[in-house]
Each structure stands twice: as C-alpha cells, then as structure tokens.
Design a protein around this ligand. Sequence first.
Ligand SMILES: Nc1ncnc2c1ncn2[C@@H]1O[C@H](COP(=O)(O)OP(=O)(O)O)[C@@H](O)[C@H]1O
Ligand SMILES: [Mg+2]
Length: 262
Amino acid sequence: MSAADPEGGAPAPAIEIAGLRKAFGDHEVLRGIDLAVAAGEVVCVIGPSGSGKSTLLRCVNLLEEPTGGTVRVAGAEVTDPDADIDAIRRGIGMVFQSFNLFPHLTALGNVTVAQRKVLGRGRAEAERIGREGLARVGLADKVDAYPDRLSGGQQQRVAIARALAMGPAVMLFDEPTSALDPELVGDVLGVMRDLAAEGMTMLVVTHEMSFAREVADRVVFMDGGVVVEEGPAARVIGAPEHERTRAFLSRVLNPAAARVGE
Ligand SMILES: Nc1ncnc2c1ncn2[C@@H]1O[C@H](COP(=O)(O)OP(=O)(O)O)[C@@H](O)[C@H]1O
Ligand SMILES: [Mg+2]
C-alpha cells in the first residue's frame, strides 16, 4: 500500500476515457469509447482510416470537444466545463504525423520556445533541458541545425524532444512515423521504445504492427467509432477474435495479397 494509494485499491489510471462520443454534424465519429491507460502503460490504437483514432486522441487534450462522455488525465477531468484546460494540456505531450517545427528556429530553439513562453522558464534552464532532451532523442549534435537541414526522422525526434521538455505526465502519438521514408522510421520508433522502457505513459496510434507487438502492453482495435476488441498485443495481433480485426490485420500485414484479392 503506497502513500499515494491509502485505500489499497488500484491507482487511478493516467488516462481514463468513459462513454466518449464525438459527432461532427450528423456524423457520429466516436460512438461510446471506454479506455483506461495505467501509469507507465503503453497502449497502441490500430484501425482503418476514418475509424476515429485521431479524433480519439484529439478529444483527450480537447483539441476536439467531445459531444458526450468524460476524459480524465492524471486525475483531472478534461471534460469538466470548469477545468483549467491550459494547465491540463501542459501535462499532455502530443506528437503528430506532421512535425510542425518552426522553420526559422534551430532544433534547440524549437525545444525551448514553449518552455519559455508557456512554462515561463528562463533561457538558461530551458536550454539546459532542451539540450538534455535533444541528447535523449539522439540529436546532441544537431542543436544548432534548422529544420530544413534535418531529415524527416530527425525533425520528428526534435518534435518528441519538444514535447518531453514540457515534462508531460502522458504522451500521445498520432501515426508519428507515417510521413517518414521507410529507412527513417526505425530511429523514431527506437526513441519511442526507449521512452516506453523509461516508464512513460503512452497512447500511440500506429500502423507499425511490429512496434505494437514488441512495445505495447495492450492493443486496441477501433472500427467505425467503437472499440471492437482490445487485449495484450500478442493476442490481438497474433490471434484476433473478431472478423473485422482479422480483415484489417491481413490488409496491414500483407498489403500485396490484399490488393490481389480486390
Ligand atoms: N473536423 C472534422 N470535421 C468533420 N469531420 C471530421 C473532422 N475530423 C474528422 N472527421 C471525420 O471523422 C472520421 C474519423 O476521422 P479520424 O479521427 O481522423 O480517423 P482516423 O484517424 O482513424 O483515420 C472521418 O470520417 C473524418 O472524415
Ligand atoms: Mg488519423
């Protein structure tokens, strides 16, 4: 029984999503999602394009406003109308498919600007933390490089360092390697693997099934705005129970064969 857990029950999840719904006009994109991510857990979300994966992540940090249900992050209810959304967002790191670095700032500039403007850190402290972050993602020698001199994989690692520099409680990744040339994917996945090993709580939308299998504690398969099945990565990917999951996995794991069958 820890001090943080005086009742001796299970600790509150780092991310707790209950009955989450999101509609755009008449189109209900999320139709009642329940999902909890424990502190230190890595959960990968897989599913076809349009199934609502990005919308799910965007509802967690209120980039989209849910039409129903609740989202809690590190104990704070994001969906409470009185919540301090700016404070909650500071605890949530988000990495997108597109890196969105500032082109006029160096790698170090990119990882220090929000620390200074949002967290109010002084230049020396922000730069110390920024340099540590860039070293952590394997870019100690690129602190002074501008984004146009960095590969896509290096830019994405700067984006990860930028998110980590804010000291997030959880990290959300939305297809972080989808825009990368195949030879650059491994370095980004390697950084994410290290983060997972260090105990970061991660909710990751990805099509990288080998990453999901190796790194995820759990895999969630979404289709049509609902969770179709979830479970240990090896079970969901290796022995899916639902036909929709099997069909999706066979397309993703064997795209050439799927095309022949079309
Ligand atoms: N801002 C928006 N306005 C209207 N429809 C949207 C918006 N964002 C997403 N959608 C729709 O919601 C559905 C799910 O999208 P998305 O969450 O991006 O799916 P995924 O990430 O799984 O591909 C799609 O049909 C998409 O067109
Ligand atoms: Mg998406």
